[in-house]
Design a binder for this molecule. Structure first.
Ligand SMILES: [Zn+2]
Ligand SMILES: [Zn+2]
Ligand SMILES: [Zn+2]
Length: 166
């Protein structure tokens, strides 16, 4: 990505901020983010780098509202579109944790969002109210009646997470 691309896209305040960050900040970090987008066939734009960086800085699932608050961006539509692009290209997957808001979390490097191969348990903590991926905890096979075809399974375990455990 060249610097002209950055310039053209910094009309949104949050993107202006990432522009400064990209110039002054850690070039290695920026390369790593760009590489991650490119290997999933997504063109790296300043907004996409900003959103990806936000995901990487959080170890829990993120709603559109979290993203809006975190990036202080008013451009909800662009953020939503970025989430949808990431989801289509398997950078992130969506989670229905029963909270009413769809949340999104990073996919693992080799995730194809396939059921059952990539299906893992999600954990919702009632203390911090965060939802996390538990990628090592696979969704256990569920025996369905004859002629039923499973395409996905949403398993959310609720309780107290390791950070909040007294
Ligand atoms: Zn995935
Ligand atoms: Zn917690
Ligand atoms: Zn997950």
């Amino acid at each position: 990505m060249n610097q002209d691309t950055h310039f053209r896209e910094c009309s949104v305040p949050a993107v202006g901020r990432v522009f400064v960050y990209l110039l002054q900040g850690n070039q290695h970090m920026n390369d790593q983010l760009e590489h991650q987008l490119e290997r999933r066939k997504i063109k790296p734009t300043a907004m996409r780098l900003l959103v990806l960086d936000f995901f990487q800085q959080n170890d829990h699932a993120i709603s559109l509202k979290d993203l809006e608050n975190g990036l202080e961006s008013t451009d909800r539509v662009t953020l939503f579109r970025t989430l949808k692009t990431f989801e289509e290209h398997k950078i992130i997957h969506s989670i229905d944790d029963g909270s009413g808001a769809v949340k999104y979390a990073m996919c693992g490097d080799n995730c194809e969002c396939d059921y059952p191969k990539d299906a893992h348990v999600h954990f919702h903590c009632r203390v911090c109210n965060e939802t996390q991926c538990l990628p090592k905890v696979k969704v256990p096979p569920i025996a369905l009646p004859v002629n039923y075809l499973a395409e996905e399974a949403n398993v959310v375990v609720k309780g107290v997470c390791a950070k909040c455990k007294p």
